[in-house]
Design a protein. Structure first.
Length: 372
């Protein structure tokens, strides 16, 4: 049996859809073998569609929730797939569309993928236009109603807290008050709340991966939490599951980072431990080396080889990261914060902060401040 026929048979078994061969005679298309069990809707004008179909890309069209696919063999022969339910083109990994591409590639030696069909075929272009109109109308209505979403920076503080395994920062971020609102993602309020929670947990899973968690473990845990959300019967249940998920991810990231710390060279472990408890004191490579009874050059080289980061950069990074919380959650002056973290001057703190964060401490506070 030819590869094309094998592929068509397999495709038909997997997707449970009719496949028929058509040929052109006297300027009209007709099936080689009529199959009354799968009649075409009268809206499907095969004569018109056949003339529009090209030999290098399938033609996909739909009406009343049904879709057909035309794949042209040559100017007088084509393969017709369907009618099939429109839901079948939304399967995981777009298996239906990839199967269509495989058939087309065998016929015309092309290299099509599902994304090519979505970007090039008229059916999906029409869907995209409909969606764009809907999005524009939704955006207009939101502007008319002066609607504001919950702030992006608060979300980012949650994500960074989980990536860093910082429980105190996560608690602060979760307890923040803000003037915005959550978007509406479905007509049913509970369904909308579940959708928001699923999006939230998806972001959390990726923050945990950034923090060192294995991506398979992170996504598997995410699947379990999403299933729990789907089974929840009230918004309170959904909220509880989501918050528990955030702290569970944070706990796992923190454990992984502690294990990673334990795998460091013993001397590097001691450096990190010293830095963590002396952030409010002057910290220099020379002072650390004296305290640890090694030479500055040896300590710097060992730290860089072990962690990939210069020790001086690590000292500044720890101080700047810690100072961000005070910029966000306290009303202390920037000069006082610079003193608290033992910078030589406010300008030195400003330069170091800008180098690491891309903005000045003052600008960072303006963007993220949470105190009255």
């Amino acid at each position: 049996m030819q590869p094309l026929q094998l592929t068509l048979d397999y495709f038909q078994r997997v997707h449970h859809c009719p496949i028929s061969n058509w040929q052109k005679s006297n300027h009209c298309w007709a099936p080689k073998i009529k199959n009354p069990a799968t009649p075409l809707n009268s809206d499907f004008d095969i004569d018109r569609l056949g003339s529009q179909c090209h030999t290098d890309i399938p033609l996909i069209t739909g009406t009343h929730g049904k879709i057909i696919v035309l794949i042209k063999l040559n100017w007088q022969k084509l393969i017709l797939i369907g009618p099939v339910s429109a839901d079948q083109i939304s399967e995981p990994q777009q298996t239906f569309l990839e199967g269509v591409c495989l058939i087309q590639n065998l016929i015309s030696a092309t290299d099509l993928h599902a994304s090519d069909l979505i970007s090039q075929t008229r059916y999906f272009q029409e869907l995209r236009q409909t969606q764009q109109k809907s999005a524009a109308r939704h955006l207009f209505n939101a502007h008319e109603a002066n609607f504001r979403h919950n702030p992006y920076d608060e979300e980012q503080r949650e994500l960074s807290a989980i990536a860093a395994g910082n429980e105190e920062q996560l608690k602060k971020a979760l307890n923040e008050s803000f003037t915005g609102s959550y978007g509406t993602l479905a007509q049913n309020p509970l369904r909308s709340f579940k959708n928001l929670a699923i999006v939230d947990l998806g972001l959390i899973a990726r923050a945990a991966i950034k923090g060192g968690m294995n991506y398979e473990d992170s996504f598997s845990l995410n699947d379990a939490y999403i299933q729990s959300i789907e089974n929840a019967r009230t918004a309170d249940e959904v909220y509880s599951i989501t918050v528990n998920g955030k702290f569970e991810y944070l706990r796992l990231v923190k454990k992984i980072q502690q294990q990673s710390l334990a795998s460091d060279h013993p001397l590097v472990q001691r450096v990190k431990a010293e830095v963590a408890v002396h952030l409010h004191e002057p910290l220099t490579v020379a002072a650390l080396a004296r305290h640890l009874h090694v030479t500055p050059n040896y300590l710097s080289a060992l730290f860089k080889t072990t962690t990939g980061m210069p020790l001086k950069s690590y000292l500044n990074l720890c101080k700047i990261n810690a100072s961000q919380n005070e910029l966000v959650y306290s009303s202390l002056s920037i000069s006082q914060i610079a003193v608290n973290y033992a910078f030589a001057s406010a300008s030195h703190y400003d330069q170091t902060f800008k180098k690491i964060c891309g903005v000045s401490p003052r600008r960072y506070r303006q963007l993220h401040q949470k105190f009255e």
